[in-house]
Design a protein around this ligand. Sequence first.
Ligand code: GLU
Length: 490
Amino acid sequence: MSDDIRVRFAPSPTGPLHVGGLRAALYNYLHAKKNNGTFILRVEDTDQKREVGGSYEYIEESLRWCGLIPDESPSRGGDFGPYKQSQRKNIYKKHIEALVEKGAAYYAFDKAEDLDMHRKNHEKKGKTFIYNAHNRLKLVNSLSLDKNKVEKLLKRVPYVVRYKMPDNKMVVFKDEIRGKIEVSSRELDDKVLFKSDKMPTYHFANVVDDHMMKITHVIRGEEWLPSLPLHVLLYQSFGWEPPVFAHIPLILKPTGKGKLSKRDGEKFGHPVFPLEWRSGDEKHLGFKEFGILPEALINYMALLGWSKEDTKEIYSLPELMGLFEITSVGKSGAKFDFEKLLWINAQHIQRMSSEEIIKRLSSLNTGKKFNITKEAIDLIKPRVERLADIDIDFGYLFEPQKIDPSLEKKILNDDSKVFLKDYSSMLEKRFEGAPQLKEDLGQCSKIGFGKSMGAMRLCLVGKLAGPDLFELMIFLGKKEVLKRIRSVIA
Ligand code: GLU
């Protein structure tokens, strides 16, 4: 494996993996594999108040289900571990001290109530309080106090470490998707890098780890773009070469307005998480339980924001690994389109062997009612959108179904019953392959071919749907077909 390209997916374990996170993981994975590089899973668990039990295991399991296996991770290990930030406290401590030493960061002792008061006073005057070059000398920190006092305070009271934001500097950097970006440091504040609980903040840990883990490309959601100027400045303060950045646009609600949230799943009636998630009273169905194949989910997520310049839409993971280019990711947010995902899912189901489908079904645990055979899957494969439908929508393969009452009235009149009688007598004598069954139906159908087919469908399926009628008859067999027709006539 080449050491050149190293990317990381760096979730915080604050809940299940959302589709946005999954897409970030996928783009990182594809970028690594395309370039024969390394895909790392790093857990950013420095905000322990927000941590939700079971999230890390969930994220790992989801990545595994999707086939996005990290080369280095907390459970796999690697040369740059530990891969959980909570286990890297010493590394951050050493680096924060170095930054203070360089004069790029400083200790701040302001009490939360005092900062609150400053905020309120500013608000009253219609202004916003920003901790920065403009006022830092009027606040309580190692820049405004004398050395002895600072030494004493460091031993006695809780403190944070803040970044000493340059007063008036143009921060210029490039994003692979957004292009060149310029931000004035005047718009930025002296961000806290190290908290009073002796844990680094996201910004600090993220930059230190990306450097220490030799990350070459940071591919993540656009919501982190506003943090990038600070990250770039941190690299400069350390004298480190920054990685290449690519901020991928948001996944939008199906309506296009705003970011897709976990509540949208319930609202629009589809999952937004890969696997089922349970925590306390919270319970969300996953794509897996909904009957979506991981191959299809990956395919769909890849196309959500990225495209090759051709019309092909169905890709396998290895194909994507060969084709993906981070620079071809679009700038604008992509609407989540569940119908499209279902269509892609159906395409993958059709391409999958019936044996494999049976295997997947058995791992689905839907409390299956029927013993689904290869022949049954062969018959219905072209119509299946979701694996979970196989049990729900295709019960007619295994047992007689209740007839839709509105259709019963409309279609099963005296004339069509005469047809059913004639056809069943014919079938009694000859039941011989789909073409013959079709021809015989034509022979008996005084009410017209279409109406006869409809009557037969109601007998066999219970509604006007299902696979090719004659193939279905062969599948069910003579005895079952006659039994169903007769029970309808009666
Ligand atoms: N821990 C951040 C998150 O949860 C990671 C952002 C990044 O990739 O830098 O999204």
